[in-house]
Design a protein around this ligand. Structure first.
Ligand code: CMP
Length: 140
């Protein structure tokens, strides 16, 4: 299996509830390594750019408002098959449909406030990492 990198965000509902360490423990237990990590306040422009693909969706305004409502932790995760593995560890977008033991099943309260984001493809992982990290910020 190939070593990959994926992009992760611990969303404002995670920082607000002070559960970023608990979420990171699940990530590490799954065999993913946190090789880059920074706590930031996302600007409206950054959130709009990041979620541009969803700009026509009815929940876009709400999504941008939520993602800028408090600090987030942006991360680069590394491991075998990291992109698919992290999506498995996160669980379904809607926590009501997420499998037992996943981050969203354990911690999330709604589809909007679903605690974590993870890239959905290798191409998007690269673009998303590049929006928030420079190569020199990532310690492999
Ligand atoms: P994420 O994986 O970060 O990518 C897009 C986000 O849009 C998704 O997680 C959800 O948090 C959010 N989202 C998806 N569907 C809805 C919805 N019906 N209402 C509010 N937010 C949503």
């Amino acid at each position: 299996m190939a070593t990959e990198r994926t992009f992760s965000i611990l969303k404002p509902d995670a920082t607000k509830r002070n559960i970023t360490g608990a979420v990171n423990a699940v990530i590490e237990k799954a065999g993913l390594r946190i090789v880059g990590q920074r706590r930031i306040q996302m600007s409206k422009a950054q959130a709009e750019k990041f979620y541009e693909v969803h700009s026509a969706r009815p929940f876009f305004g709400e999504l941008v408002e939520f993602m800028t409502s408090g600090p987030v932790v942006v991360q680069v995760l590394e491991g075998d098959n990291a992109i698919a593995k992290y999506r498995e560890v996160m669980g379904a977008t809607n926590p009501a449909q997420a499998a037992e033991g996943t981050i969203r099943k354990t911690f999330s309260e709604s589809v909007g406030e679903n605690t974590v984001h993870g890239s959905d493809s290798a191409e998007n992982a690269k673009l998303e990492i590049a929006q928030f990290f420079q190569d020199s910020d990532i310690a492999a």
